[in-house]
Design a protein around this ligand. Structure first.
Ligand code: BGP
Length: 468
């Protein structure tokens, strides 16, 4: 399998520094001078105003209503509190802000008539950010598909990526004078399997393998169209990338055999999307495994999908461990029940995952430029009588991940920035408001924002450009 994959000059050089650098108490981990520190959010998770000023229904509005679960209707009411949130970013010294534009706010029915008031909102937000000296990083799709498109087949049909192309064009045309950093789609590897496979995320469907593979293909097309839109309408300095969440198998020991096992597992789990994106093709191994369920590929699709992006965004939350058996097979090690977790079932704390997410992508697919576009964890908040929230679990989580990221940078991997997930506690999808990922606490009764201890800690990291 590895033979189909571009060799990388990092393959041999990466482990060279191993053993020389060892974490010791008191050690300071400095980041490159130009490193971009940021925080991230997504429209459906914070904006609220779900039916205000002409916004159309999204699949999350519908899904929450039908399932009778927490809905994104008000969320953090960022739509009305955006000035306060921009002020918070500024107060904390966060110079880069990643947020998403809600497709149904811009084009309520997904295609057709745009909504001027939707554009106006993002105009106000972008202007407020720029006035505060904060660089906007805009995600075009963070899971809130217009329900009207879902009613006509959603991601199952090719007309959806085509509608997305039009939407991306309008957004880039309108904001491209002020926005230079674009992200196409967020986490295809979550919204497709969870939304269309297991049915636990919107739209809650359970499709066959063939349909799911076609859906993946359509989302890749949408990414390609968005890259094209940025190239065509984004102006000279515009850059664009995908935000992806490939699993990052961590070798139990850093021996050649375990590393090879981790790489084999990584390749197996990622090639369906990374093949078309970075190699310009579905890999033979994927096609063989998919058999009759392989997607229909139109003329020119793969050229569009593999159009060069400027950076690759990685969302890293958790990890898994892999080793090689005595006879060279890949063995995934099941995590013991008492293995450390954050306050959500799926988040096993494996800080090395951030390093391996970068290194695997570089070594297996030759990816060159990275941003960490999300990293963070939910913990239960205890608001003390004086209003303080001592979220030491999050501080520890972030610190360990940043140290692991630092290792990647030290070894020469080109990582240019880090976006913490998330600025605010927010609507955690089907988990509703029960999971708090924010470095800023949100009281959902009063909508009051209160920075947690981790916010002040992160603010210091940014200020000194180091984890001390
Ligand atoms: C983000 C979501 C977050 C969080 C995270 C988890 O993009 O907006 O709220 O759910 O993904 O990602 P995953 O389930 O892929 O680990």
């Amino acid at each position: 399998m590895d033979s189909t994959i571009a060799p990388s000059k990092f393959t041999e050089s990466a482990p060279r520094t191993l053993g020389r650098r060892r974490a010791s108490p008191g050690r300071s981990y400095s980041f490159p001078k130009t490193f971009a520190w940021g925080a991230a959010t997504a429209a459906a998770q914070i904006e609220g105003a779900a039916f205000e000023d002409g916004k159309g229904e999204s699949i999350w509005d519908r899904f929450a209503r039908v399932r009778k679960i927490d809905a994104p209707t008000i969320a953090c009411d960022h739509y009305h509190h955006y000035r306060e949130d921009v002020a918070l970013l500024r107060q904390l010294g966060v110079a880069n802000y990643r947020f998403s534009v809600a497709w149904p706010r811009i084009i309520p029915r997904g295609d057709g008539e745009p909504n001027p008031k939707g554009f106006d909102f993002y105009d106000r937000l972008i202007d407020a950010l720029l006035e505060a000296g904060i660089t906007p990083w805009v995600t075009l799709y963070h899971w809130d598909l217009p329900q009207a498109l879902e009613d006509r087949g959603g991601w199952r049909v090719r007309s959806t990526p085509q509608a997305f192309a039009k939407y991306a064009q309008l957004v880039v045309q309108r904001f491209g004078d002020r926005v230079k950093h674009w992200m196409t789609l967020n986490e295809i590897l979550r919204f497709v399997p969870c939304g269309y496979g297991y049915g636990c995320d919107a739209p809650g469907a359970k499709e066959s393998a063939a349909v799911i593979n076609q859906i993946y293909h359509h989302t890749l097309l949408a990414h390609g169209y968005a890259v094209e839109a940025v190239r065509e309408y984004g102006g000279r300095r515009a850059c664009v990338g995908l935000v992806h969440n490939p699993p990052a198998p961590v070798p139990v020991t850093e021996t050649a055999a375990d590393i090879a096992a981790a790489r084999t597992e990584y390749t197996r789990q990622t090639e369906q999307l990374m093949g078309p994106l970075f190699l310009g093709n579905y890999t033979p191994a994927f096609l063989e495994a998919a058999g009759a369920d392989a997607p229909q590929v139109g003329m020119g699709d793969l050229e569009l999908i593999s159009e060069k992006m400027d950076f690759f965004g990685l969302n890293v939350y958790h990890g898994e461990f892999v080793r090689s058996t005595a006879d060279g097979q890949v063995e995934k090690i099941a995590l013991p029940v008492q293995y450390p977790k954050a306050d959500i079932s799926w988040l096993n704390i494996v800080p090395q995952a951030i390093y391996w997410a970068i290194r695997h992508a570089r070594e297996v697919y030759g990816v060159s430029t990275f941003y960490i576009t999300e990293n963070g964890a939910p913990y239960t908040d205890h608001v003390r009588p004086n209003g303080e929230i001592h979220d030491l679990g999050r501080r520890e989580y972030l610190r360990n991940h940043l140290i692991s990221l630092h290792r990647a940078i030290q070894e020469g991997f080109d990582v240019r920035g880090y976006f913490l997930w998330s600025l605010l506690d927010n609507y955690e999808w089907a988990e509703g408001y029960t999971k708090r990922f924010g470095i800023v606490h949100v009281d959902y009764e009063t909508l009051r924002r209160m920075p947690k201890l981790s916010a002040y800690w992160y603010s210091k990291v940014i200020e000194v450009n180091a984890v001390v």
